[in-house]
Design a protein around this ligand. Structure first.
Ligand SMILES: Nc1ncnc2c1ncn2[C@@H]1O[C@H](COP(=O)(O)OP(=O)(O)OP(=O)(O)O)[C@@H](O)[C@H]1O
Ligand SMILES: [Mg+2]
Length: 498
């Protein structure tokens, strides 16, 4: 590494990493590497000490050793899951304990590193974990592996409308079976929440719920993510990799936005559903898939089939039990129930008394079309709570944020959709800036109140043209905005640790 490319903790921080290892030399060497790569890294000698440090969500990534006295790495991850810690977890393990590493991933660890590992492997894995955190992938808290601890994410399916009652009844019917479930609905209607509910009520509930965000992956990566690969299967595959189907063994897998899987992989998926077996990429060894499959989509699959983009036979396999999420505009009083739910939650997160909406504000929300569904309502209520000084939130406070306030009953046309995109961005920007102001520039606190990661927050601020200023953000969090050289520690890549 050259002096110019070398960044120490005081110069840059790409993310916050906690290293938990009872072995001091190993711990220090990992911390050293991470700091040189631009991360803010801290170390602790035991999981018992680490747990309270993680309660305030101050770390993006946790690297933990498996074998530790008092509480081992697996127990640690289960605890993180129970406490709703959103950090991504990487488990370090000796060769002999790969089975535990797989177990760790079932418990919600993001990935594992086998000893001995080199600097590049460590850096790449931490970078991937941070990227995963940035795009909002759940940490161990949301894998379904731990006990349910955060009612927002799990049991929290708010709504008593006939449509939601029917949906709940359907979920109760289908959950205990092992049938494939297809969850359809517009964006932001709660498809992921439904998948979690199905899993929680299933006899696989003690097993993991592993999800795969299909649009995020190239075709080759998607296959490897699903089925794993053998070392040497393709360029860059320098170690065996366990796929999501194997990780989900005994539990369930959610294929999010299934239409984004390309046709060749659709055929392979069909085979898994028919024969309950799969082969890792580059391997001829057949593995058994003891997994319940759930898939979600916000597209009309029949249209996709007609257009030749989706296999009809796969559709029929997936849609054994379709669950349809109604759009929010068809859920009647649910808008009010959800509003109350989000008012409560905002009060809790912002640590201030619960606010109320005036009658005219509630009427306005009831009449609105909700193109962004529950997520949009959540956004507006949270925003109103952040910006409100005191007293009740009035219709006039909210109206400017609605996408078509004067055109409530008409379906959104192309023009309306374009306008909608712009106003959602503006809304988000104002919400973020206001929240940051409310917490006097403290990004950790603002990110926690917004329910997003600090890196996401910093990325957004950067896109708004905010310059990192030490005067305003006197803590280390602001340094996350400083760029880091692409090759962070070339030349030390062959150093081994662990
Ligand atoms: N019935 C509900 N009760 C409480 N919160 C809900 C409900 N439905 C959705 N939400 C919240 O709305 C947001 C969007 O939900 P979710 O991610 O499940 O939707 P989705 O349909 O999967 O969205 P997308 O199409 O963008 O993937 C989440 O924050 C979720 O917690
Ligand atoms: Mg979703």
């Amino acid at each position: 590494m050259t002096a110019a490319s070398r960044r120490t903790e005081s110069e840059a921080c790409l993310g916050r990493v906690l290293v938990v290892d009872d072995h001091a030399a190993a711990r220090e060497s990992i911390i050293d590497i991470l700091r040189q790569a631009g991360y803010r890294a801290e170390g602790l000698a035991s999981a018992v000490e680490a747990l309270p440090r993680l309660d305030d969500h101050a770390f993006d990534v946790v690297i933990t050793d498996l074998q530790m006295p008092a509480m081992d790495g697996l127990q640690f991850i289960r605890q993180l899951s129970r406490r709703g810690v959103p950090a991504q977890v990487i488990m370090i393990t000796a060769h002999a304990t790969i089975a535990s590493a797989v177990e760790a991933m079932r418990c919600g660890a993001f990935d594992y590193l086998e000893k001995p590992f080199n600097v590049t492997q460590l850096e790449q894995l931490v970078a991937r974990a941070l990227e995963r955190k940035r795009i909002g992938e759940p940490g161990p808290a949301a894998t379904g592996a731990g006990e349910f601890c955060d009612d927002d994410r799990h049991g929290g399916m708010v709504g008593d409308s006939p449509a939601m009652q029917a949906l709940r009844a359907r979920i109760r019917q289908v959950a205990p079976t092992d049938e494939t479930v297809l969850i359809c609905g517009e964006s932001g209607t709660g498809k992921e929440l439904v998948a979690r509910a199905v899993h929680a009520l299933s006899r696989r509930a003690a097993g993991p719920l592993v999800s795969l965000n299909c649009p995020a992956l190239s075709p080759q990566l998607a296959e490897s993510e699903l089925f794993g690969h053998r070392r040497g299967a393709f360029t860059g595959a320098d170690a065996n990799r366990v796929g999501r189907f194997e990780l989900a063994s005994g539990g369930a897998i959610l294929l999010d936005e299934i239409t984004e899987i390309d046709l060749p992989l659709q055929s392979k998926l069909l085979r898994v559903l028919q024969e309950r077996t799969f082969e890792p990429v580059g391997s001829s060894e057949t593995r058994k898939a003891d997994v319940r499959v759930m898939a979600s989509t916000n597209r009309d699959l029949l249209t996709e089939i007609a257009a030749g983009r989706f296999r009809e036979d796969l559709y029929y396999r997936l849609a054994v039990v379709p669950l349809e999420l109604p759009p929010l505009r068809e859920r009647g009083d649910d808008v009010q129930l959800l509003t109350d739910f989000f008012l409560e939650r905002a009060a809790r997160r912002l640590q201030r008394p619960r606010l109320e909406l005036t009658g005219d504000a509630r009427e306005l929300l009831a009449a609105y079309r909700w193109p962004g569904n529950v997520r949009e309502l959540e956004n507006i209520v949270t925003r109103a709570c952040v910006l409100a000084v005191d007293g009740a939130i009035a219709a006039a406070d909210i109206r400017p944020w609605l996408q078509q306030p004067d055109d409530l009953a008409k379906p959104a046309g192309a023009g309306a959709a374009a306008a909608a995109g712009a106003s959602l961005d503006e809304m988000e920007r104002d919400l973020i800036v206001a929240t940051l102001q409310r917490f006097s520039g403290n990004r950790n606190a603002a990110a926690a109140a917004l329910g997003i990661g600090v890196r996401t927050l910093s990325g957004k601020l950067r896109s708004y043209g905010f310059a990192p200023r030490t005067r305003d953000f006197g803590n280390a969090a602001h340094r996350q905005m400083l760029p880091l050289p692409a090759a962070t520690s070339a030349g030390s890549a062959d150093r081994r640790c662990g």
